[in-house]
Write a protein that binds this ligand. Sequence first.
Ligand code: KG4
Ligand code: ZN
Length: 348
Amino acid sequence: MIILGIESSCDETSVSVMKDGAVISSLTHSQEEHSLYGGVVPEVASRAHLEKIDVLTKRVIKDCNLTIDKIDLIAVTDSPGLAGALLVGVSFALGLHTAYGIPITGVNHLDGHICSLFIEHPNIPTPFLCLLASGGHTAIYRYESYGNCRCLGRTVDDAAGEAFDKAGKLLGFPYPAGRAIEEEAAKAVNADKSDNTDATDDKKESIKFPIARLSSPNSLDFSFSGLKTAVKNFISSNSEQYIKENRPQICRAFQEAAVSSLVNNLSRASKSYDDGIKTIALGGGVACNGYLRDELIKKFGADNVYFPSPKFCTDNAAMIAMAGLKMYNASKTRFPNVGPSRGIAEAI
Ligand code: KG4
Ligand code: ZN
């Protein structure tokens, strides 16, 4: 079965061809114009998608020596996301559907992130706990099978990736800032390794940010807005020179706080099940973070932690094609509809 995946929900235009669950060609264009503004500008995003979507589709189909009539199903992201950006992908997909009579399904973007795991780990043991952490969403799911997925907790304010982006903006990094913060934090870690003196340890101790705890002790929800405010207050109560000199240490302290919150909730979620759910999975752009991956491996063991390659963590059409395949196999395909979002990840 050959599926054409199309993703345009935010600032990545992506098209992918999947054959029987294997990605045979995938192209993603990341819109860099938003770095000027420190965040995604919806109108700019829609126009940039319009410029790229047909070019990418032609190239992807040509790359795998196919013709459009060989496509069995079009899977297109239809929710959630920026309305104008989604409309570009959905209108384009509907054009192909109408012109060539190819069956089509709308896909929930969050389902796509969860299904990104199956691209490289088709036999991941179920049930598993999936942490989805991206620029727009942060939640923990218990996944049994397609159509049987329950949200256990989600952010009550900012998403984890949004917190990286906002803290990064305060520290002078361009949008999106997640990767830059990770790289800057690594400088502090490497400096400690090469200069393992008491003085350095003191300095490390001196910068710490709070890990949010929600009022209910059993809640698996997240909160990241306090962490962003703590970084903001720290910056405004220290000199520009101090902030500049200690940027790696600040990034490390921020990353430790953000990651601790993610790991702590996953740990509590895994303990809350009598069936001893051991398999932990990651998805979404923040899942690219090496420190997060290492901390999870330390806590749960390398054999129990699954994550996609970075190119399948950030927004991509291969994950949308994979979700389309799961929907098709479960007889759950549906006509695309930009509007209230529907999918396994948002069913609860
Ligand atoms: O999944 P994604 O591409 O888009 C959304 O669906 O939101 O995620 C993008 C987010 C951005 O906030 C970006 O800063 C974050 O993922 N990100 C990272 C890293 N790489 C990307 N956050 C932390 N560490 C990284 N290495
Ligand atoms: Zn995403």
